[in-house]
Ligand binder design. Sequence first.
Ligand SMILES: [Fe+2]
Length: 159
Amino acid sequence: MVEDRPEMSEFDSVDPAPPSSDSDVSSLRITICDEDEKMFQRMRALFALRNIGGDDSIDALAAAFSSNSALLKHEIAYVMGQMQDSHAIPYLTERLRDMDEDVMVRHEAAEALGAIGDRIALGVLEEFKDDRDIVVAESCEVALDLLEWVSSKRLNYSE
Ligand SMILES: [Fe+2]
């Protein structure tokens, strides 16, 4: 039974690491950006920042996009999609546009732009839907459909 599983987050996902109990955004930012810290601890900071939410948490997550770890950057993009906060859009757009970025990160940035459901991301997703990297191209295609679906659901709710 799902409700008995303590590792389930409020985002209905089973996360690869439990969130850190630290609730201070600046110290979580230091942890997630620390290239010498263990990946498990950086992931714990990542999920804590996701759970806290808000502009400062997103800025802290985005600061760790300067990491060398494609795995961590992929996870950052993923949680930004879960947070469904338009504040993350410029950061995700920058990752998708960076042709030197790891394909795993670009693909997840595209999907997150779809998950946020803000139509402002339509342009950049259209721009890369024929990307030379098929994984990125397919992610943009899925994201465009997801974006339409998320934003139409929002319209229905507000009616
Ligand atoms: Fe992915």
